[in-house]
Design a protein around this ligand. Structure first.
Ligand SMILES: [Zn+2]
Length: 325
């Protein structure tokens, strides 16, 4: 936008400051115990002041009250607006004005409620709302735009002010997504989810990165184990070393993951539990043949391969790879 265009737009939007969004409108339903019960159940709020009439009768109020944070609930339009649409008002006109000038992004950024008096079942909540403030043009991480703030004021049927709610919205020009048009679009090719590496398995993945598949071995009883973990399941020793697998083995079980396809992963990958000749099992992929040609008991030979820009993984091929007579 040119400075002149910005100035012209700002003249229009700032004219909305102080405009009424809705005149004093009573809620469709009076404050009632059913809605209070639903709300407190969802929120997990067990305060007896809201839901226990016997407790409340002996309290200083003598009756239950609605949670103050429910103030905005009573005047909600309900599901009907989804089909009938919302009648236009100053706020929807302002939003349209922003949209027409490219400020199509919308982000609710802040809600602030203040409470002055309590409401009890039977009370009628009346809401009024105005557009209270519109900020100067601001550059944000989301894009450049304007914050506008509505101020809703809630009263009861006697004109007693219950509270206020300020709701702040950022209307902004969404930033261009660099991925689509960028010349380094090659960097945007998704990779597989990185392996989670913790205290007990980091060493295993680091060996994999170097092309070796290791099997942990208890140094007390020589039992092999995989995946890596701190203690031997046979003798409870925490002393261990590791041997390198030859990656010869056979298919113990397998399946094809047809749905969903996941960015960064091959389509319809064959996933198998491989029984390594050393004795431990390894979940991996079978590549180099069709899913229909895989069978339980089939001999396979693994190779550690780079499967994407960042990831080394064992991949298993049919046959012995000449490694086993
Ligand atoms: Zn052991």
């Amino acid at each position: 936008m040119t400075p002149e265009e910005i100035e012209a737009l700002e003249a229009q939007i700032y004219a909305y400051v102080g405009k009424e969004v809705c005149t004093a409108t009573p809620a469709k339903d009076a404050v009632n115990e059913t809605m209070i019960r639903h709300w407190t159940e969802v929120m997990g709020d067990t305060n007896p002041a809201y839901t226990n009439p016997e407790w409340a009768a002996s309290s200083k109020r003598g009756k239950t009250i609605a949670p103050p944070a429910m103030m905005y609930v009573w005047n909600q339009e309900g599901y009907a607006v989804a089909s009938t649409g919302r009648p236009s008002d100053a706020q929807s006109d302002l939003v349209q004005l922003f949209n027409d000038h490219g400020y199509t992004g919308v982000l609710g950024t802040n809600v602030k409620q203040e409470y002055f008096a309590e409401a009890s079942p039977g009370d009628q909540v009346v809401m009024e709302m105005v557009i209270d403030t519109i900020s100067e043009r601001k550059a944000t991480a989301r894009g450049t735009g304007y914050f506008y703030e509505t101020l809703a004021t809630f009263s009861n049927q006697n004109g007693v002010k219950l509270g206020t709610q300020r709701f702040r919205v950022l209307k902004f020009i969404p930033q261009e997504q660099p991925a689509a048009a960028s010349s380094d679009s090659a960097l945007e090719v998704p990779t597989r989810i990185p392996s989670p590496r913790g205290h007990d398995n980091k060493w295993w993945w680091e060996a994999c990165d170097e092309g070796r598949i290791m099997i942990q071995r208890c140094t007390s009883c020589q039992t092999l184990r995989h995946p890596p973990r701190p203690m031997c399941g046979e003798c409870q020793s925490i002393e261990w070393d590791a041997i390198e697998s030859t990656l010869d083995g056979e298919v113990l079980s397998y399946t094809c993951l047809r749905h969903p396809s996941i960015p960064g992963y091959p389509k319809d990958p064959v996933c198998a539990v491989i029984k390594l000749d050393e004795g431990t099992h390894l979940v991996s992929n079978i590549v180099g043949c069709e899913y229909e040609d895989v069978s339980i008991g089939m001999r396979v030979k693994g190779k550690v391969e780079q499967v994407d820009e960042k990831t080394m993984l064992p991949q298993f091929y049919p046959g012995t790879g000449g490694a086993r007579s």
